[in-house]
Design a binder for this molecule. Structure first.
Ligand code: HEC
Length: 485
């Protein structure tokens, strides 16, 4: 099959070549094109030919968009010659067929070029040039990034107090208040955190009744010692903010089980329009045991609780024997973005996939989002985690990103300050150091724009009650307000 197709392509190539020669001869008055042009056309043809060959012979296993080659840790080398060898001889034991008999050397070389050129497209996301100005032209408007404050450590979450000051968590464990005059005050009484790996003091939000009760919520990586080892888990603390001190601290949720790993804590929080507290817990790097298990396991889940930690009576698994009653949805990897759609009240979430396959999801009660049974990503070592990207009963993402952008905070634009962005989804990119604007058409992402390229790792993005957007950027830590000009 493969072989005969190769022959068809070669035959087609010869026909095209013949036709152009005939055409050239017939119209004798037109001078023949100069030599370099011929070479160029030839290359173009070979590349088109490679695209066709890729589509027919390779895409089925390696992905239409070279999904599996993007971000690859190459096993057999990434030089053209290495690719040539693999394609020609295959690796039968690994499941890579040999194409030496079906494709000519020229075609194999063209395929190697095609892949190496194609994967370079991801480099358009990367450069080390920091922006030289704080004014950015975007497709819809010009934005000035107004520096609100510099933060020593990694700023993780932002909350807006009624007196126009801001609370910002630093991953190392500090909670700071940015006062209206831009001075910083440290808030005392924060929980002890394990500030290692991806852990530390993470998100901060206000109670919907903050103006009367002064209650805030902090998510953090909570350590304990078990059998002489330090283990940790994602926990949510509620506390009263009295002046510059927290009081009445109470852990309203502590995820089980604890883990020795120091990553995938999840930990974004949001109050829904129903008044309940939604928050994410990552699978802690153990996809085999955690995300698909709802009994006695809080990891790889979105939870829904009351503000005192008790369980709403209509939670999806309240009557499932042995299930954790706080679970709202499961099958998640590392959800790092959570926001409420201001129009629909839906809960929108972003999560880190493996290599490729970061997702945007709309969270529905009781749904299984499929990790690791289905995924658009592959393992970091290049080995597929699952060949499945969809399966009946498992919820599809609204959108997935290949290559992974490393999504962080999430916001949906509302109000009238940002003309042309209304209803758009903004997500921080940790990996590529920009803010991603995704345009929604119905429930699909139709267009995307990169904002503030190379600004630094964007850790959070929020809509403030004053109608302005704020972002938190890492190293050096900075909080910016987005001012349309
Ligand atoms: C039947 C599925 C299948 C088809 C078809 C296929 N491949 Fe592969 N290919 C594989 C597998 C499996 C591997 C080993 C991947 C791994 O270990 O992650 C591989 C490996 C490779 C590698 C080496 C990657 C590395 O890490 O060094 C290259 C290059 C490659 N394939 C190119 C191609 C090209 C070009 C085509 C089309 C002409 C093609 N493959 C068709 C399954 C396939």
């Amino acid at each position: 099959m493969v072989k005969s197709f190769g022959l068809v392509v070669i035959a087609a190539a010869s026909i095209v070549t013949c036709l152009s020669i005939i055409h050239g001869n017939k119209t004798g008055s037109v001078p023949p094109p100069p030599a370099p042009a011929i070479t160029k056309n030839k290359n173009k043809f070979i590349l088109e030919n490679a695209a066709l060959n890729y589509k027919n012979f390779c895409a089925g296993c390696h992905g239409e968009k070279m999904d599996m080659f993007v971000d690859r840790v190459w096993k057999h080398g990434n030089k053209k010659q290495d690719l040539y060898k693999v394609i020609k001889n295959g690796y039968a034991d690994e499941g890579m067929p040999a194409f030496g008999e079906s494709l000519s050397d020229k075609e194999i070389n063209a395929l190697a070029d095609y892949i190496l050129t194609g994967i370079k497209n991801v480099d358009k996301f990367k450069t080390n040039d920091r922006p030289v100005s704080d004014i950015f032209k975007t497709k819809k408007m010009t934005i000035k990034l107004e520096l609100v404050a510099e933060i020593k450590d990694v700023p993780w979450g932002i909350a807006f107090l009624p007196d126009e000051s801001l609370l910002v968590t630093e991953r190392s464990g500090k909670l700071v208040k940015i006062n209206k005059d831009k001075s910083l005050t440290e808030i005392r009484g924060t929980p002890e955190v394990l500030a290692k790996g991806q852990g530390g003091l993470m998100d901060v939000i206000l109670d919907p009744g903050y103006s009367t009760n002064q209650i805030i919520y902090l998510s953090y990586s909570k350590p304990k010692t078990e059998g002489g080892r330090t283990v940790s888990t994602t926990a949510i603390m509620s506390a009263r903010l009295d002046g510059n001190t927290l009081s009445s601290q109470k852990d309203i949720f502590v995820a089980e089980p604890y883990s020795t790993t120091q990553h995938h804590y999840g930990s974004r929080m949001q109050f829904g329009k129903d008044g309940f507290l939604y928050f994410s817990v990552g699978e802690r790097g153990n996809e085999k045991e955690n995300p698909q298990e709802i009994k006695g396991n809080d990891l790889g889940k979105i939870h829904r609780i009351k503000s005192d930690g008790s369980i709403p009576s209509d939670n999806p698994f309240v009557s499932t024997q042995g299930a954790e009653k706080s679970i709202y949805s499961y099958g998640h990897r590392n959800p790092q973005g959570l926001t409420i759609n201001p129009t629909t009240g839906e809960i929108w979430e972003t999560e880190h996939g493996p290599r490729g396959g970061d997702e945007i999801n709309i969270i529905k009660p009781g749904n299984n989002y499929g990790w690791p049974v289905i995924t658009y990503g592959i393992n970091y070592n290049g080995i597929p985690i699952s060949n499945l990207t969809e399966k009946p009963g498992l919820t599809q993402p609204v959108h997935y990103w290949i290559p992974s952008i490393g999504p962080s905070g999430l916001a949906i634009v509302s109000g009238n300050k940002y003309k042309g962005w209304e209803g758009d989804i903004l997500s921080g990119s940790l990996r590529f150091q920009f803010l991603q604007r995704s345009v929604l058409s119905g429930s699909k992402i139709s267009k995307e724009e990169i904002l503030f390229k190379n600004i630094g790792r964007v850790r959070d993005v929020r809509m403030a009650p004053d109608g302005y957007l704020y972002i938190a950027v890492e190293s050096p830590g900075r909080i910016y307000k987005l001012l349309p000009m």
